[in-house]
Design a protein around this ligand. Structure first.
Ligand code: NAD
Ligand code: LMR
Length: 330
């Protein structure tokens, strides 16, 4: 059989923490398949070019069979030229005591500039995952400034929250996290997100029936997942990186292929108003994926508790959108 032509994959913030784990996962074949050759496009800012050069040396030294070329640059026009996939990681991380939305003023302009560069230089079929915080609103801004690329090609990462939630449920139910399916994160990748275990299954049975502890769900599970990023920062004095890279890899892996028949994944995508959420913001929904295209899972029953949580996180996303537009239009 003839070899596949290489995919061009951009990673921004390529000299940073998350990228250091992510680049190996992409290069190893975990994300796009072990028969898919790759050309890596690595972007960072000018003062980081020396460090980025060291990362390129290490990629070379891994002698990975799928990596056909590496382009390392501080120019978004070069980084996004003809790319098929973009992991937009490069942005400032928060420090202890901050909320992710406190990064908005510092980070959102990056995503305006990168949206404009994607619009001009990337393939129109490019799939874009925004990891840099505040991820949902940065993804919205990036898409806004890339009007020639379909809106459904932009997404924000809430897969880390989904993975965290699965791990919490698995620990409580004394099973493996792969046994947990249909775990939904609704809304913003922030402390207003709603990790919703009401549809989750464990070995095919309703997780709520197996755990059977409403107080734990409300008072332990939900706040633990909502605040896990802050807990990692408090412990590590740095924001999550290994787990963020794994989540970014999981997100793109599913998006470039599919979701299994008995599962779904959570992704920040353009809201079409489903479940009375505010249309037009990047809201995390449960989605299924077929042939690289996502669809929001419809028809789920939401409790009054859940409806309240969705309203709160939707309100925060509208506020962030309005603030971001002011910053970007100034
Ligand atoms: P880091 O500081 O280690 O690395 C960030 C890198 O981005 C640096 O090398 C920096 O020079 C680069 N950078 C800054 N501006 C850039 C630009 N305009 N173009 C290209 N590169 C640029 O940070 P990190 O730990 O890798 O985190 C990166 C971002 O990801 C942060 O905003 C963090 O909050 C976010 N994050 C999101 C999630 C999520 O679940 N969505 C999880 C973890 C971290
Ligand atoms: C996370 O969830 O770990 C990241 O978004 C980093 C952070 O600021 O919490």
């Amino acid at each position: 059989m003839s070899e596949k032509s290489p995919l061009r994959v951009a990673v921004t913030g390529a000299a940073g923490q998350i990228a250091y784990s992510l680049l190996y996962q992409i290069s190893s074949g975990y994300v796009f398949g072990d028969d898919q050759p790759l050309i890596l496009h690595l972007l960072d800012i000018t003062p980081m070019m020396g460090v980025l050069n060291g990362v390129v040396m290490e990629i070379q030294d891994c002698a990975l069979p799928l990596v056909r070329d590496v382009v390392a640059t501080d120019d978004p026009a070069v980084a996004f030229k003809d790319i098929d996939a973009a992991f937009l990681v490069g942005a400032m991380p928060r420090k202890e005591g901050m909320e992710r939305k406190d990064l908005l003023a510092a980070n959102v302009r990056i995503f305006k500039v990168q949206g404009q560069a994607l619009d001009t230089h990337a393939k129109k079929s490019v799939k874009v995952l925004v990891v840099g915080n505040p991820a949902n609103t940065n993804a919205l801004i990036c898409s806004h400034f890339a009007p020639s690329i379909p809106k459904e090609n932009f997404s924000a990462m809430t897969r880390l929250d989904q993975n965290r939630a699965k791990a919490q449920l698995a620990e409580k139910a004394k099973c493996d996290s792969v046994d947990v399916k249909k775990m939904t994160i609704w809304g913003n990748h922030s402390s207003t997100q709603f990790p919703d275990m009401s549809q989750a299954t464990i070995k095919g049975q309703a997780a709520s029936g197996i755990i059977n502890d409403e107080a734990w769900m409300r008072d332990v599970f939900v706040p633990t997942v909502q605040k896990r990023g802050a807990a990692v920062i408090a412990a590590r004095k740095l924001s999550s990186a290994m787990s963020a890279a794994k989540a970014a890899s999981d997100h793109m892996k599913n998006w470039f292929s599919c979701t299994p028949a008995d599962d779904w994944v959570s992704m920040g995508v353009f809201s079409d108003g489903s479940y009375d959420t505010p249309a037009g913001v990047m809201f995390s929904f449960p989605v299924t994926i077929q042939n690289g295209k996502w669809s929001i899972v419809q028809g789920l029953n939401l409790s009054d508790f859940a409806k309240e949580k969705l309203a709160l996180t939707g309100k925060e996303l509208c506020e962030e959108r309005d603030e971001a537009m002011v910053v970007c239009l100034a």
